[in-house]
Design a protein around this ligand. Structure first.
Ligand code: NAD
Length: 257
């Protein structure tokens, strides 16, 4: 991998590694390759054995649990980071969930519980993380989350995740405005479709992949190391001139009419 940016001396938190196909893992590898010291989280005891070897491969100096549905776990996570590091330079939130029965039906039919759960895990958890990261970013920093084109356009089978991701992207713009004066930059990264565990929950995902590969100007599916290159750039001081953006990394798919 080509190292275009330096994260030497920076401390970053990565939330959202489930396995070696996770977008968060591609990002974490890029952060590490650029010199960052990482904290990595795992969802729960069941997920831990799958994530621990990856955290070791990344030389992560902190390895902590984080299920954003569990009250207090996000706060505890940032308290530990405060105790161990005393500061944080960047955060990657690469987390999403919606109950299958709601995700597979029409948005029009989705349940209140399903919608609230999807908003909590996929959107409000990022807002909470920003709140706890703020006091640890006295010297400024970068907060990043993951969205998808279905936030902007109605994409077949993306269903209730469309409005959830739209709320996430709008939250990024508001938080960028609120935190900008403190030197904290906030970004949405919007990758094209990638075959991951979360993606396997979307109906007919193979059709989305096929369409992306056929219609993207680069005529290929984006890889997690390319998503990582973008995230490493955004985490670095080189991205200091931009904040609040939704940045596509989709081999150009979003520009097609
Ligand atoms: P993934 O399954 O590898 O990652 C999703 C992560 O979310 C997992 O690590 C899982 O543990 C975590 N998660 C779910 N519920 C959680 C909870 N309650 N608390 C804490 N963590 C929880 O899949 P991925 O595709 O790498 O997804 C990462 C992000 O990228 C998601 O926001 C997804 O919407 C977004 N995204 C994915 C694609 C794609 O095609 N795969 C495209 C655009 C955006």
């Amino acid at each position: 991998m080509t190292n275009l940016v330096s994260l030497d001396g920076k401390k970053g938190l990565v939330v959202g590694i489930a396995n070696d196909q996770s977008i968060a893992f591609g990002c974490a590898q890029a952060f590490r390759a650029a010199g960052a010291d990482l904290a990595v989280t795992y969802l729960n005891d069941k997920a831990r054995p799958h994530v621990e070897p990856l955290a070791q491969a990344l030389d992560a100096s902190l390895f902590l649990p984080c299920d954003v549905r569990e009250r207090g776990q996000v706060q505890d996570l940032f308290a530990r980071i405060g105790e161990e590091w005393g500061r944080l330079d960047f955060l990657l939130h690469s987390v999403a969930f919606a109950p299958r029965e709601d995700l597979h039906g029409r948005l029009t039919d989705c349940s209140l519980d399903g919608f609230q759960m999807a908003m909590n895990v996929s959107c409000h958890s990022f807002i909470r993380m920003a709140r706890y990261a703020e006091p640890l970013m006295q010297a400024g920093g970068a907060l990043m989350t993951m969205s998808y084109y279905g936030a902007e356009k109605a994409v077949d089978n993306y269903n209730l995740m469309g409005p959830v991701k739209a709320a996430l992207e709008a939250s990024v713009r508001y938080m960028a405005t609120e935190l900008g004066p403190k030197g904290i930059r906030v970004y949405t990264v919007s990758p094209g479709p990638v075959e991951t565990r979360a993606a396997s929950g979307i109906d007919r995902f193979d059709e989305l992949m096929e369409q992306a590969a056929r219609r993207a100007p680069r005529q290929a599916i984006v890889t997690i190391d390319r998503i990582g290159s973008l995230a490493a750039f955004l985490a670095s001081d080189a991205a200091d001139g931009m904040t609040g953006n939704t940045v596509y990394v989709d081999n150009g798919y979003n520009i097609r009419g």
